[in-house]
Design a protein around this ligand. Structure first.
Ligand code: NAG
Ligand code: NAG
Ligand code: NAG
Ligand code: NAG
Ligand code: NAG
Ligand code: NAG
Ligand code: NAG
Ligand code: NAG
Length: 352
């Protein structure tokens, strides 16, 4: 067995793989593990679109000293165990995108690793497992990491200090990751130069965050595809945007509300349009509805009172009618008397 392993690892191309020069591709083969006997001079390894649910210390049993690029996307991978990359001392680029990772050991990478590019795009099983997986970023041994892709994950909120242990992080993508806010200090540590925040759920950026951006003059940011709320709260950000060259897609930012400013370009919104009247309109609308309800209720109570008092009212009506009739009859009588010339004198006499 031992000799067979040596021979294969020196010369052979594994079953279901294609080898050319220093590149080995084992793609879409329904493999359930990484082939063991890879050419010892492999530099680029693609094991993508298979069915490898777990990688562990057994996944690379032989050292591959020249391997720099490892692509493991689309494997339905759930678990990345401790020491898995110990036999890949020169690993620079690792692609774990499009997996279902729930467990990522903090000791997956050796202390002296040379990892520079880590792709974790759409790689988490679900939102509740992201914290566990993100621990690896805080493990403190990804000291060379310069490019991190966290796009297409349902992150919502970035845990405190998530990037503070990445002293060389330059490119960070958080595109389409459901992010609702960037907390004070989150991006403070690393020397970021490219930050992609497109297609999230940001409604405004607070002054403290903008100030942190300004402190990194080399930083360029992309912000399009967020539902900016163009009311008085966004005024600080608008002032900052108009005076900053850091936002590359400034011309592509649009308001999502209020209704009157929907689809309006942020760069064309005037300060006088940024009222919080949008909210006042809402308040007024609801108070009108409330007023209507109160009036309706009063009307119903009034009708109910009328109904309950119907006998009294009837009696009252009769009284009025009788009073009217008496009065009318008296009037009629008098009229008849007055109109009879023979009785005129009599009537005058009786009045006196
Ligand atoms: C992947 O492997 C698991 C067992 O580990 C198996 O149950 C499943 O059917 C496989 N999926 C595909 C698409 O082959
Ligand atoms: C990460 O992987 C996705 C898809 O698998 C790809 O589109 C993206 O460009 C990769 N990111 C980087 C930084 O290479
Ligand atoms: C996340 O996945 C775990 C394990 O499959 C499951 O128990 C949990 O309910 C899922 N959570 C959500 C929010 O989907
Ligand atoms: C955005 O991310 C979600 C996962 O959170 C994914 O299902 C969806 O396809 C992504 N959208 C795009 C345009 O890539
Ligand atoms: C960093 O990001 C920018 C913009 O997305 C890109 O042009 C550049 O190639 C990236 N650099 C690296 C080293 O990936
Ligand atoms: C933001 O963080 C800095 C220190 O990182 C702190 O001095 C400041 O008070 C914080 N501001 C807010 C609004 O939390
Ligand atoms: C505009 O930006 C410059 C530097 O880019 C800065 O010195 C100045 O204070 C800014 N003005 C405002 C009003 O923010
Ligand atoms: C603005 O958006 C358009 C269309 O989505 C795109 O083609 C263009 O590249 C974007 N511009 C910038 C600076 O991102």
């Amino acid at each position: 067995h031992f000799w067979k392993g040596i021979v294969l690892s020196c010369h052979g191309c594994p079953d279901k793989c294609l080898c050319s020069s220093q590149t080995v591709k084992c793609q879409n083969q329904d493999l359930d593990a990484i082939p063991h006997f890879l050419p010892a001079n492999t530099k680029y390894l693609f094991v993508t679109g298979n069915n490898i649910s777990r990688i562990s210390v057994d996944s690379f049993p032989h050292q591959l000293a020249q391997l720099t690029d490892l692509y493991l996307s689309g494997n339905g991978m759930e678990s990345v165990d401790a020491k898995v990359f110990n036999n890949l001392p020169n690993l620079v680029r690792l692609d774990l995108s499009n997996n279902k990772i729930q467990m990522f050991s903090e000791r997956a990478f050796p202390d002296d690793n040379k990892l520079q590019v880590l792709n974790l795009s759409r790689c988490f099983h679900n939102h509740s497992t992201t914290d566990v997986v993100l621990n690896v970023l805080q493990s403190g041994n990804l000291l060379q990491l310069t490019v991190l892709d966290l796009s297409n994950n349902n992150l919502v909120i970035l845990p405190d200090g998530i990037f503070t242990s990445l002293p060389n992080l330059v490119n960070l993508s958080l595109q389409n990751s459901s992010i609702v806010s960037i907390q004070n200090g989150t991006l403070k540590g690393p020397p970021l130069r490219d930050l992609d925040l497109r297609d999230n759920n940001l409604r405004d950026l607070p002054l403290t965050t903008l100030a942190e951006f300004s402190l990194k003059p080399d930083l360029h940011i992309r912000l399009a595809g967020n539902p900016w709320r163009c009311n008085c709260v966004i005024e600080d950000m608008l002032l900052w945007l108009n005076n900053s060259t850091q936002v590359l897609d400034m011309q592509n930012l649009t308001c999502a509300d209020p209704k009157t400013l929907r689809q309006q370009l942020l760069s064309q919104v005037r300060q006088s349009q940024l009222k919080c009247s949008g909210d006042m309109e809402g308040v007024l609308e609801t108070s009108y509805v409330f007023l209507g309800l109160v009036l309706a209720l009063i009307g119903v109570i009034f009708l109910l009172v009328l109904y309950l008092n119907r006998k009294g009212i009837k009696r009252w009506m009769y009284n009025i009618r009788d009073a009217c009739r008496d009065h009318m009859e008296g009037y009629h009588y008098r009229y008849e008397i007055n109109s009879d010339p023979r009785l005129a004198n009599l009537s005058i006499n009786s009045d006196v």
